[in-house]
Design a protein around this ligand. Sequence first.
Ligand code: ATP
Ligand code: MG
Length: 323
Amino acid sequence: MTLTHPDTTVTAREAFGLDTDLVVPSFNEPDEHVPDIDADYRFNPDVTRALLAGFTRNRRVLVQGLHGTGKSTHIEQVAARLNWPCVRINLDGHISRLDLVGRDAVVVREGQQVTEFQEGVIPWAMQRPVALVLDEYDAGRPDVMFVLQRLLERDGKLTLTDQNRVLAPHPSFRLFATANTVGLGNLNGLYHGAQRLNHAQIDRWNIVAALNHLPADDEIAIVQARVPHLRDQAGRDLVSSMVAVADLTRRAFRVGDLSVLMSPRTVISWAENVEVFGDTALAFRLSFLNKCDEAERPLIAEYFQRCLDHELDESATELDTAA
Ligand SMILES: Nc1ncnc2c1ncn2[C@@H]1O[C@H](COP(=O)(O)OP(=O)(O)OP(=O)(O)O)[C@@H](O)[C@H]1O
Ligand SMILES: [Mg+2]
């Protein structure tokens, strides 16, 4: 890593189309940890403002929202435009305290086996100008959350107890997180593995931004950007019907008629599968319907029929899909 401090600025207006005069520190040259720019990414203005406050003023920002709404990529895409190195760690069930903090490892030095401390991702990141993203923050195990709690103290120092060392964060270290819930646990049954978070833990985030579903026009534009063969007028009509199906599942979910909903990620993969199979109904079954409870399939099939004006044989079994 060559540079340790931002050496230039971008304006939020130019880089993100925000209606504000905010000037954001950034780096001239990307390094290997800067995510690639996705030119088709569409920024949500409120979330962008929250994230820019995170980068500019060193605020800790938690982005919360339903699955597949673009939370993780939103943070990465802001970092990409600032050339700010960005590292994501997924706190799902497998990561342990030692992965995060570090551990003693046996290494061979000049033919001798010696024990050496190998630092984990958190000490590594916090000594550098890195935006660390704690993904799936609400799925972290209690031992992991305990480590993070220390990092979230006001001065953000981390004590490596086994090492008798206290690490102070680099001035350009930034901390972000994403979560499906705001720490209330798996209330609606969608997020198994989501933990109830201690309110003291949520309290330590300076800013909580919500990223849920986009207006239909934006979602249509995102899908069309992802799937080039749907960019013509016929494609737009099709995508707009697909987004309408997704919207019906989201409404039904809200009122309790369905236990699942179609995420923007699923709409994108449905559109991609339309290209793969050349068959909208088959692509729908493979991308979404087969993931749903059998008891709910007739209702979902009805939504499909309503929006696409096309019969969906929802009685077809999962194995029958290649027909
Ligand atoms: N605003 C957007 N512009 C372009 N692509 C988007 C946008 N929102 C979502 N996507 C696409 O949707 C997919 C899902 O995004 P992402 O993985 O960031 O969602 P997430 O909210 O982090 O999901 P999860 O809660 O499951 O972690 C990605 O392929 C992403 O590129
Ligand atoms: Mg994510």
